[in-house]
Every structure is written in C-alpha cells, then in structure tokens.
Design a protein around this ligand. Structure first.
Ligand SMILES: *Cc1c(COP(=O)(O)O)cnc(C)c1O
Length: 367
C-alpha cells in the first residue's frame, strides 16, 4: 500500500489492525455455506445467547431510541453499585470494556510512559499502549501464565500502567488469589493496576478486590468487567471499570458524552439480575470445557487447562487447521497474532457445537 499523502500519527506504523473472530455472515458468503449451519466458537460469546430478560428490556427500549441515552447511566450505575457494595462514583461505563481500556490510555499514556504486560496478554493492551505513544514492556510468561514477580521486577520509574487479565485471554490461565493479592499490594501508588476481569463470573473462587476498593485501600486498582461474556451482550457493547473515585473521575473526563447507548443500558440492567441465565451459562461452560478437553486428549493434542469460556489447544499448523475447519463451517481462532502459531483458541459452545467442532478438528488433522 502507498503511504498516505496525509502525514499520519507516526504511532500508527506500529499498530496492526485488530483481527476479530470471523463473522458468521462473512464465512457463509465466502464459503457458500448457510449461515444457520455455521458454528462460531471464535470470540468467547455466550452459547446460550442473551439473557431473555435483557431481550425483553431491549424490545421495550426500542420505542425510545429517538432520545439520547442518559449520559451518566443513572439506573445501570445505581444497580451495579448496589450489587457491588460501592457507590456510582466508583464506576465508569464504557462502550464495551474495550473502551474503558482506551480511556486509561487517554488519561495516563503518552510518550515517555512505560506499560508492563505479560507475553500472551490480551491483544488490546499493546494496541492501546502504542496508540498513545507509550512504551510496551512485555514480560515472558511462565507456563503460559503471568509471571507476577517478574512483571513487578520489570517496573521502571516511568511505569504508570500494568495490564493483567485474570483469567487471561487467550491462555485461560488464572493467577493464584494469594499471589495476585501480594502483587497488587506490592505495586507503587503511582502505577495504575488494570485488572481485567472479563471472565471473573466463570470462576468458582475468584480473588475479591471489591473490599479493598470499598475501603479505599487500593486507590491505584481499576477492575474492568464486561457484559459481553457471561451476560451474552457482546453485540451491544457495554462494560465497566471499578476503581477509586479519583481514578474514575479522571477517566470520566476522557469519555465521550453518550458512549453507552440506550439499548445497551436497558439490556445490561435487566441482564444483571438474570441469575438463572448466569447460572445456566456457568454450568454449560463447565461441561463444555470438560467435553473439549476430553476430545483433545483422545486426539492426542496438548491443551492449556482453562478457567474461562475458551480453551487453547496445540494443533501444529494452526493456520491450515483453522482454514480446514472454516470450510467445514466451524469458526475458531488461530493464534499467530499472539505469537502462538501452533495453537488455536476454541470458545466453549453448546454440547452439539463442541461435538461438531471436535469432529471438524479431527478431520482437519486427518486423525
Ligand atoms: C472479551 C474481552 C474483553 C471484553 O471486551 P468488550 O469490549 O467488553 O466486549 C475485555 N478483556 C478481555 C481480556 C477479553 O477477553
């Protein structure tokens, strides 16, 4: 491609375009398949679909989309605050939690600032870091998981942000709660810890940092959560950050006025209280993780035990396997962009979807 005649932000040269999971519509078009025959296990979406309560709220909210949303999302923040035992001043909402990560960039990152991440971290952290011209310090993983001690040791005087996803995407690994607590306590007060808890609802015994935030003991901790995964609302884009009111107030300045739309606010509010949907999702996910792991074992494929709603499996030539599965109507995620060229990531689906995925994998491998 020719360079742009308009002099661009030089940071853009180092930024690849994010490669999302292939959409069902696109795969149907390119491979001549019926969209309903395609199984998408590529973006860690909820295989049960959205919460029925959220759907109802969504339909009701449609009649008022001529009105701007509540820019402060009063109702959603109030319910979230109540649930978490916090105040609305502890909460920042985003157009997906991805936007909350970007607001961190606006508030804290610029040339001269360092950001610490782990090898195999969520792809958005390097993108945000580079977009704002900060320097990325990538710490080697240990057994595919975050090496928290090494990450702490990698801090420089210029370090202002450390990003940690727990469980991590794409590895599905989780830090032992005690280690994570020690890490959080060891971080200097002038470094923001962004603890991305996109998959926390899938854990049986998560480390709970809400008391530390409630009591003001961790003013440099920002938890980030989302409605995209267990709540099944990825298409609506709503996520949130939980932190000290001073950090939240800084992020609020960088937020555009109506970042979370009306439909998303209404659906998220309803989904929050749909415990049945959340419990069913947790159960189907546990069973699906076992089903996939058992399938990998019988195919003789190494995998990384996962605590989330996806699993990383080593298949050899991942790109060829990915393409073959795609032709069979099963969308998974090759991991070359994550420096894991022999691995694919498979999101947990319903039992019959997992079964089709395993059969497609077997065919792709000729086993
Ligand atoms: C999926 C995911 C998110 C969620 O992104 P949204 O913008 O809320 O859809 C955030 N962090 C990690 C690690 C994820 O895997």
């Amino acid at each position: 491609m020719n360079p742009s005649p308009i002099p661009l932000n030089p940071q853009l040269e180092q930024i690849p375009v994010y490669q999302p999971g292939r959409p069902i519509e696109e795969v149907a078009r390119i491979h001549g398949l019926a969209p309903e025959s395609i199984v998408k296990l590529a973006s860690n979406e909820n295989p049960l679909g959205p919460s029925p309560r959220a759907l109802q709220a969504l339909q009701a909210a449609c009649a008022t989309v001529h009105l701007y949303p509540d820019g402060h999302a009063f109702a959603l923040k109030a319910r979230l605050a109540e649930k978490l035992g916090l105040t609305p001043e502890h909460l920042i909402l985003g157009n997906g939690s991805n936007e909350v990560l970007e607001l961190v960039g606006h508030a804290l990152l610029r040339p001269g600032v360092d950001v610490v991440v782990s090898q195999y971290c969520f792809a958005v952290y390097p993108l945000v870091t580079r977009l704002f011209g900060a320097r990325l310090i990538t710490v080697p993983a240990r057994n595919f998981a975050h090496d928290l001690a090494a990450m702490r040791a990698a801090f420089t005087p210029q370090t202002r942000v450390v990003f940690i996803a727990n469980p991590n995407n794409p590895t599905g690994t989780c830090a032992p709660p005690q280690e994570l607590r020690q890490f959080v306590e060891s971080v200097p007060p002038d470094v923001l810890i962004v603890l991305d808890e996109a998959y926390i609802e899938f854990l049986d015994h998560p480390a709970d940092f809400l008391p530390a935030i409630r009591e003001g003991r961790s003013p440099n901790l920002l938890l980030v959560r989302t409605f995209s995964k267990i709540y099944g609302l990825a298409g609506l884009r709503v996520g949130y950050g939980i932190g000290h009111p001073q950090v939240v107030a800084a992020l609020e300045k960088t937020r555009e006025p109506f970042n979370v739309n009306r439909l998303a606010q209404a659906a998220a509010l309803a989904a929050l209280d749909d415990h049945d949907h959340v419990e069913q999702t947790r159960a189907i996910n546990k069973a699906g993780l076992r089903q996939l792991a058992t399938g990998f074992e019988s195919l003789g494929l190494p995998y990384i035990p996962s605590e989330a709603n996806f699993i990383l499996v080593r298949v050899g030539n991942a790109h060829a396997v990915f393409e073959s599965m795609l032709r069979q109507g099963v969308i998974v995620r090759p991991m070359d962009g994550y420096d894991l060229p022999e691995w694919i990531r498979i999101s947990v689906g319903r039992p019959e979807e997992n079964e089709r995925c395993l059969r497609a994998l077997q065919l792709a491998l000729n086993r």
